[in-house]
Design a protein around this ligand. Structure first.
Ligand SMILES: O=C1O[C@H](COP(=O)(O)O)[C@@H](O)[C@H](O)[C@H]1O
Length: 257
């Protein structure tokens, strides 16, 4: 039985710090129970702020970084050293500062990598990475946590409203072209792949996200508001600041208010 929970924090700083604290606890618990843990990372303002908070937290040393697999939910198809790469943002915020096992960091290819500017080949290669790591008979691992942000128009990962990606039911990873938000070319997990996760955490702040948050939590069709379709198999956890939660009809109180 999957459950949806919403937690609202007073401001974006508190949201990022609290999400980082939750992440430590969840990863440590999963490693204690199963030996290793898997987390899918996101780009975006909140996603990177959470990683920065994790780096600055003393509790980060409770994680066995050598037994953690990292993946990405989406990536901008730009050169490896571009400041627009989600991977680069994550490395600077956290990954370059902790003792990860390099072979367990599964980044999506850049546009100057082994597939050159062939974004379809980059997407196909990442689908193979996922399939190789999946349990027998599955195409995607049952990720412990998928971290996601969202856009004001309702996109999540790089699945945009009314795009080919949001209608994808078979592929686990797709090439995305003509994104309304730059850069235009990307690689993204699809919604069915995201739904293989045990837990999906949707993290966002700011008034510009309030409409999309309210529509998703009211059950808007995923073709129009793709983040509606981002659900965890066991749990979907929305971590919001007060502004992003501003148009929810049900009242969620910030802790301590
Ligand atoms: O383009 C992207 O945007 C979303 C949301 O980013 P934000 O800065 O508005 O929070 C992000 O989740 C995604 O990974 C990224 O590629």
């Amino acid at each position: 039985m999957s459950r949806t929970e919403v937690v609202v924090y007073e401001n974006p700083e508190l949201l990022a710090a609290a999400a980082a604290a939750r992440l430590v606890t969840r990863i440590v618990d999963v490693q204690a129970a199963r030996g290793s843990a898997s987390v899918v990372l996101t780009g975006g303002g909140t996603g990177i702020a959470v990683l920065r908070e994790l780096r600055e937290s003393h509790a980060r040393d409770a994680i066995d970084w050598s037994r953690l697999d990292l993946y990405w939910g989406d990536e901008r198809f730009v050169p490896a050293d571009s400041g627009e790469r989600n991977e680069k943002g994550a490395r600077e915020a956290l990954l370059d500062h902790v003792p990860l096992a390099p072979e367990r960091v599964h980044a999506m290819a850049p546009s100057d990598g082994e597939f050159g500017d062939d974004v379809d080949a980059a997407a196909a290669a990442y689908a193979k990475v996922l399939a190789d790591a999946a349990e027998d008979g599955e195409q995607v691992p049952a990720f412990d946590i998928v971290l996601l942000g969202l856009g004001g128009e309702g996109h999540t990962a790089s699945v945009f409203p009314d795009s080919p990606a949001v209608h994808e039911t078979q592929a686990t990873v797709v090439a995305v072209r003509d994104c309304p938000k730059p850069p235009p070319t990307r690689v993204s997990l699809t919604l069915p792949a995201i739904r293989r996760a045990r837990e999906v955490w949707l993290m966002t702040g700011g008034a510009a996200k309030a409409d999309a948050v309210a529509q998703a939590l009211a059950g808007a069709p995923e073709t129009q508001i793709p983040v509606s379709g981002a659900r965890g198999y066991h749990r979907t956890l929305w971590l919001l600041d007060r502004e992003a939660a501003g148009k929810l009809t049900k009242v969620y109180q910030p802790p301590g208010s």
